[in-house]
Design a protein around this ligand. Sequence first.
Ligand code: FAD
Length: 216
Amino acid sequence: MPADSIRLNTRVAAISGKTVELESGETISAEAVVVATEGPEANRLTGLEPALGSRSVFCLYFSAPEPPYLEPMLTLNGGGHGIINNLCVPSQIQPSYAPENRALVSVSVLGGAHRDMRTMETVVRDQLKRWYGLVVTEWKLLHIYRIAHALPALTSVEWQLPNQIQPGLYVCGDHRGTPSIQGAMESGRLAAEDVLAARSPAAPAAAAVPPSATDN
Ligand SMILES: Cc1cc2nc3c(=O)[nH]c(=O)nc-3n(C[C@H](O)[C@H](O)[C@H](O)COP(=O)(O)OP(=O)(O)OC[C@H]3O[C@@H](n4cnc5c(N)ncnc54)[C@H](O)[C@@H]3O)c2cc1C
């Protein structure tokens, strides 16, 4: 591919037919446009009616003098008490993820949209202290992210929306199939197959894989 085929950090402001308008005002026309954003943004860009809501998540990252445990594992809140859903130490897999001579601790909290960042940190720290003790007071908060559209709020495992919404305009992502990385990749593959099929009208389109057959 030519070096300038992929543009990073370039937001699309609007789509009209098969023409994309970037936030810079530049327009790009193409044979096919594939929209691979989160569901609400795909709806805004294409004029689709919202089909699913979204589930939000808070991600808190701490720098710790020592990792709370040495194993490269995901800790799930099996007790059901407190707001932390899961925790991991990514620097136990890749040390360069953490500041030098520190451990990177990642904490996920599902929902909690009504809480502000400061309250979220306080409540999470209280729970971490119950799990790991006062050493947590030495953990430095690096950043809190609130991801509004972390996952589509799916209610049926049979959910699968078509990728082509009009000639030359396609939408893909976890919101068109199953809410997961696997579902997003499958949706992207199905969209690519639709694009290829449209370019070669004589070739039969590949059969769609039922989501339940490949769900995680
Ligand atoms: C904290 C967290 C943990 C998760 N853990 C797991 C897990 O363990 N396993 C799993 O299977 N799934 C997990 N998921 C879900 C998984 O990440 C998603 O299902 C998947 O990333 C969806 O992929 P996608 O390509 O549909 O959309 P996204 O990954 O959301 O990509 C959409 C992209 O579109 C870009 N974009 C948006 N608007 C515009 C615009 N106007 N112009 C240009 N670009 C735009 C965004 O910047 C983004 O890069 C997790 C999600 C979160 C938030």
